[in-house]
Design a protein around this ligand. Sequence first.
Ligand SMILES: Cc1ncc(COP(=O)(O)O)c(C=O)c1O
Length: 480
Amino acid sequence: MSDATMGPRALIGLLGDWRSGGAAYEDLAARIRLLIIDGRIAVGTRLPAERELAARLGLSRTTIAAAYARLRESEHLESLRGSGSVTRLPAAHITPLHPTGADSIDFTKAALPALPWLGESARAAAERLPAYLGDPGYDPIGLPELREAIAARYAARGLPTDPDEILVTIGAQHAISLLSRTLVGRGDRALVESPTYPHAYEALRGAGARLVAVPVGGESGASLRAADTGDGPAIAEAIRHVSPSVAYLLPDFHNPTGRSLTDRDRELVVDAASAQGTVLIADETTAELDIDLPFRTRPLAAHGPAVMIGSVGKTVWGGIRLGWIRADRGLIRRLLAQRTPNDLGTPILEQLLVAELLPRMDDILELRRTQLGERRAHLERALAERFPQWQVPHVHGGLALWVHLGSPVSSQLALAARTHDLLITAGPRFGIDGAFERNLRIPLGYGEDVTERALDALEAAWGSMGAAPLVDADVLSAVV
Ligand SMILES: Cc1ncc(COP(=O)(O)O)c(C=O)c1O
């Protein structure tokens, strides 16, 4: 549980346009509930006192008290003597897989189903397990054969790598938080793209970083050619301006926008980081999910110093908790020292499985390319039919479409979708400052049936908002 206190200004910044035509206390409670559910307000945060919030919002204290009472009823808030009103999640929310019931669809994750031959490969891996059973089994760095296979995969992508430069982790998320804890000191600046993958900025913030955001994705990778630059100049400029300790980047099929940096972009970024002494962290979790990128790129570290994160979570399956870090030997040693107090190593069985699969990565990616290409075609067609007013980018890979809704209603839509059994993450979750109310991330990885059902729910939710007066978020922020 965090022990953060949120002032009225910060809360109002996150609320955006919270009125959706109902009673003010109901609408306010609903919006705060969404912010808690999708993580924009951390569990354990103390909300502003009723009187203060009422004054800032120009509402009566009774309205705020009624909204907080609603949140207490739904178990999203508890009043602790001497600590004010502190956010929490109801026990029912913590059920692992199907939070709102068997029929609900979870579009909060952008991922693909498991490889069809995963079971068969897992059996082959299990047959090799007896050879390891005489050892203690704790493995903080990774099995030699797996580190070799990972290094070989980098070499095939144009980045010669020694197995000693690889540390195997429990997924990419583990890699991000391990790197954050190792590289970031309290108060250090960390540059992140905005929007970006939210659990990365949470990990950096958790390690004590002060986040600095650089806006990206204005132009999607779709419109770029190999010779162009996209977000590279903006990222490089921000690095020069801010001199952050670290910069966390998604160079390929960026989550959520889908854009990729060209090789020229990468050179600019690496040059700026080298000049400022910034450690670049390139998260390649989605890097190999190419459908038809019109230009070729090389990994960031092929252009200059950069720490790379990889994972099989998106190519093989999210249930295989295995990722890795590619870094120089000195940093690998520091990471090992930092790791042990937190976890004692990566499971051997999972490592054997991935060692089986990595040599077949080209086949795996071919299958994913076909799946994602079909799903992209279906989703683009369906969105154009159902929501002609939305702008839908044409992405060349990755796992999501970052749709532009035309008005700042993403939180409202995500909230309404819940009443139609669709869980979907509102756009602002991907920013660090409440922006992106005009965007919604729609995952690409689900099959046609599920996607159609999700779009039915989204259409119903969108329809239910039709009568609501829409106050532009920019106007709102100007008056509060
Ligand atoms: C950009 C990015 N990095 C890391 C992760 C986490 O990956 P893993 O499942 O390997 O921990 C995700 C998962 O959604 C992601 O999108």
